[in-house]
Design a binder for this molecule. Structure first.
Ligand SMILES: [Zn+2]
Length: 170
């Protein structure tokens, strides 16, 4: 089964004018890219293709949610990612996919959008994923990471929750 078949749009049969397609982005899609550094992304890309006689314009708008470990507490956090891209398409002798201009050779009959969508997601993804509100972080994990919380020898400094646990032992 060709998992990326949905991401190829046969443009030859399309009438001139605007056409819309909705393509999903999900872990199954990213599994087709073994070098991907994201996979827990769920959402969709709205593709708007404006076909004219000799050119086409492609707009892709990403709306998705990414789940990744929080940089502060390592618990999973979901963040919205959005982005858009616009590509001009011309017809020529040889096919070449540049960032903003794609040339399609005379043998081409479909647009292969998988790579462009993959890049769109990677450009839209934040450099850091972190709970917006520190209170949402997993506190046990935060203290475990905090070296100052490691100093448990001093009985006066003991975390009250540990004191409560010790109390349970008695
Ligand atoms: Zn967190």
């Amino acid at each position: 089964m060709d998992l990326l078949a949905d991401y190829r749009i046969p443009f030859v049969g399309l009438k001139p004018g605007k056409h819309e397609f909705q393509l999903r982005v999900d872990p199954e899609f990213f599994a087709c890219f073994p070098h991907s550094d994201v996979d827990q992304v769920h959402g969709e890309v709205l593709v708007e293709l404006d076909k004219l006689d000799t050119t086409m314009t492609l707009r892709m708008t990403l709306t998705a949610t990414m789940t990744a470990p929080c940089d502060r507490c390592l618990d999973d956090v979901s963040v919205s990612i959005d982005g858009s891209d616009r590509v001009s398409i011309r017809f020529g002798d040889e096919t070449s996919y540049d960032d903003e201009l794609w040339i399609l050779g005379s043998n081409e009959y479909q647009l292969d959008l998988a790579d462009a969508i993959f890049q769109l997601v990677h450009l839209a993804k934040p450099n850091r994923t972190i709970h917006d509100n520190e209170d949402d972080c997993d506190l046990d994990m935060t203290e475990w990471q905090d070296p100052s919380a490691d100093d448990g020898d001093n009985a006066d400094d003991i975390d009250p929750r540990w004191a409560a646990l010790k109390g349970l032992d008695n």
